[in-house]
Design a protein around this ligand. Structure first.
Ligand SMILES: [Mg+2]
Length: 309
């Protein structure tokens, strides 16, 4: 039997500050949600076809053979990827994906990394091309905690969360587990970049207004992911600034199974983020190769200039 974790794990005070940004589909979970496209057959005729997210990542640049439905365009293609009145397909599909794992299916390449992040009580962000509200994504994370973590792992998570609250917020009286979980998940970020509120926020940002004006349609989702990442990095920076953590070793990891996203995010980090936040180490994980259990690790930018904020 493993030893029960302490009620408050004060050892978190000596840990490095590591944060993670996760893409959801095929990175954490293989979701059953399908994208509606049209495929051009050998006879030159277009016919409707439903593709998985994994297939979509491979065919999305093949505009000669695949296109979004003529009727409704990209909105119609991704109808199942947004909240719909009366039912929540994201929650249903998350449960289906988690139940399949319980029945032996192989999870996404970053599934264990999210488990570890939660167990350690570290702040993270979910950044997805989906169109759900942040509340929906947060709910899916709560379901993930219930299904993917064992009781022992959940106790470790609470022990670490109380540790962070004590060491960095000076809290000595803790809330119930449910209250501590609310507080923790409230510190994390959930960005579905095609959700209306996200789009509005991005369009109101002067820098992104300019970037969007010259972007091609195909590069817009990548630009939106960039915006979500900048948002999270700023959030982390301000959080560290508040509790005096900026002199420490800080790293932020990003994982995605879409090669296009990996490429554009890597160059965004190199060209902009690593210059603006030069005390932070950025690590990008390309998880497009399903034969590797943890994906491929690509270190984009090391901590070139230590502390010095
Ligand atoms: Mg993905």
């Amino acid at each position: 039997m493993t030893k029960a974790p302490p009620y408050v794990n004060e050892e978190v005070a000596t840990r490095d500050f590591k944060y993670y940004i996760f893409d959801w589909d095929d990175n954490i979970l293989h979701m059953p949600t399908k994208i509606r496209m049209e495929h051009k057959g050998e006879d030159g005729e277009w016919s409707p076809v439903e593709v998985s997210t994994a297939t979509f990542a491979m065919i999305r640049s093949d505009v000669e053979h695949y296109r979004p439905p003529k009727d409704g365009g990209w909105d119609a293609a991704f109808r199942n990827f947004a909240d719909q009145p009366g039912r929540n397909t994201f929650i249903e599909d998350t449960i289906t994906a988690l139940e399949r794992i319980e029945h032996g299916e192989i999870p996404g390449p970053s599934y264990n990394a999210l488990k570890k992040t939660l167990r350690e009580g570290r702040i993270f962000a979910i950044v997805t091309a989906r169109g759900h509200s942040p509340e929906t994504i947060e709910k899916a994370v709560r379901i993930f905690i219930r299904y993917a973590l064992t009781e022992d792992e959940r106790q470790q998570m609470f022990s670490n969360l109380r540790g962070y609250r004590k060491c960095f917020d000076g809290v000595t009286e803790f809330g119930t587990d449910a209250e501590e979980l609310d507080y923790y998940l409230g510190m994390c970020r959930y960005s579905a970049v095609t959700h209306d509120r996200f789009r509005e926020r991005m369009e109101a940002d002067p820098i992104y207004q300019e970037k969007l004006a010259t972007a091609t349609n195909a590069s817009k989702p990548e630009l939106a992911k960039e915006f979500a990442i900048r948002d999270f990095v700023e959030h982390i920076f301000h959080t560290l600034q508040r509790n005096g953590g900026l002199g420490r070793s800080v790293s932020i990891g990003f994982s995605d199974d879409d090669k296009g996203n990996v490429k554009s995010v890597s160059s965004y980090i190199r060209q902009e983020l690593s210059k603006r936040f030069d005390g932070i180490k950025f690590v990008v994980y390309d998880t497009s190769d399903r034969t590797l259990s943890k994906g491929r690790k690509v270190c984009v930018s090391g901590q070139l200039n230590l502390p010095g904020f």
